[in-house]
Ligand binder design. Structure first.
Ligand SMILES: [Zn+2]
Length: 91
């Protein structure tokens, strides 16, 4: 893995941790309803709900989804800046 990809990956992990912690803080402060008790945005079930991020940089943009749909949605792509072209790609 090239250096710029390692840096992007490390930053992605840090932003992910912060985003998840922020959502928990909002739930604890009752500023965001818990995922539990809602319906999955993808399949409609009300079982095993969690909040899913699609972009950790947009920390409070979350969707309630069940465990199966969360797994199906997969990992959030990591934005990587290519130092040669200065274009952002996802890895
Ligand atoms: Zn679902």
């Amino acid at each position: 893995m090239a250096k710029h990809q390692r840096v992007a990956s490390d930053l992605h992990k840090r932003i992910r941790t912060i985003s998840i912690a922020l959502v928990k803080k909002y739930i604890n402060a009752r500023l965001l309803p818990p995922a539990f008790g809602q319906k999955c945005l993808d399949c409609g079930t009300s079982k095993q709900l969690v909040y899913d991020h699609r972009d950790y940089w947009d920390a409070l943009k979350v969707a309630p989804v069940c465990g199966s749909c969360n797994h199906r949605r997969g990992y959030v792509p990591i934005p990587v800046l290519d130092p040669d072209t200065l274009e952002v790609r996802t890895a």
